[in-house]
Design a protein around this ligand. Structure first.
Ligand code: ZN
Ligand code: ZN
Length: 260
């Protein structure tokens, strides 16, 4: 398998790879999905190092970047790609920067708890998050055809207004971004998040048929689809107890947690 100083590449199958940044506390994953005619890269990581060093070794096909959502840890390498797509509701953040997030906060977050050597090109004092125009916009229900592999775009707002999940119908892989992952709480406590929308998004992805594996963007790579039923039950519980509101704190469930 490919080895790299900064990125950890994990082969999910012959045409699907997780590209992880375990040297940073957020343990963020980007995912490369290779089709017949083109490849899709779901997010581009932190931008601490150059992700194309890895993607260039994995495919020679044109790469289309799909953004799960516009947060600094998911768009870091966007500037290295020609084709980038984002949901309409996060577009403005991609072009102009994230509302209410100062450059000082961004630089503090990016330089915190780094446990691997970073390249000389990375300087937290001058780090700038990507901003730029997308090639195109995504909507709920869009389908991206990679030749022999169809990806469905599912709008899953809550963690951000334009957050999307991606369902690879051919393999049953569901990429949930920051809508659902294990180990650390899913964040829905900043002003730009929406706890009510987040739990509706859990119900929406739990209704999908044929999911074989769930891939969140942080922590463990590849979760049992059972987590979707847990998320659906969590949504019902939180709604019934009027807990899907800001300030209600951390709620723990079987296999994941959320912070409102
Ligand atoms: Zn996020
Ligand atoms: Zn994230």
């Amino acid at each position: 398998m490919l080895t790299d100083d900064w990125f950890t590449v994990e082969r999910i199958d012959a045409v699907t790879f997780a590209i992880s940044e375990y040297g940073h506390w957020e343990k963020v994953h980007s995912f490369l999905l290779i089709g017949e005619k083109k490849a899709v890269l779901i997010d581009t990581g932190l931008g601490i190092d150059d992700i194309t060093r890895v993607t260039d070794q994995l495919t020679t096909l044109p790469i289309y970047v799909i953004t799960t959502h516009v947060h600094t840890d998911h768009i870091g390498g966007h500037g290295s790609f020609e084709h980038i797509y984002v949901h309409r509701a996060d577009q403005r953040w991609l072009t102009k920067g994230i509302d209410g997030l100062s450059i000082e906060q961004v630089r503090k977050g990016i330089s915190k708890e780094i446990t691997k050597p970073v390249p000389p090109s990375f300087d937290p004092e001058t780090y700038e998050p990507f901003t730029g125009e997308p090639t195109g916009l995504l909507e709920d229900g869009d389908m991206i055809d990679l030749g022999n592999r169809k990806l469905h775009i599912i709008h899953t707002p809550g963690h951000s207004p334009g957050h999307i999940s991606i369902f690879d119908e051919t393999n049953g892989y569901l990429f949930t971004g920051d809508t659902l992952y294990d180990e650390t709480p899913v964040y829905a406590f900043y002003p730009s998040t929406d706890p009510g929308a987040l739990i509706e998004s859990w119900e929406k992805i739990a209704a999908l048929k044929g999911v074989t594996k769930v891939f969140g963007s942080h922590n463990s790579v590849g979760l049992d689809p059972e987590i979707l039923m847990e998320a659906k039950n969590a949504a019902i519980f939180l709604r019934e107890h009027d807990l899907a509101r800001f300030g209600t704190g951390i709620h723990e469930f079987n296999g994941f947690s959320v912070k409102f």
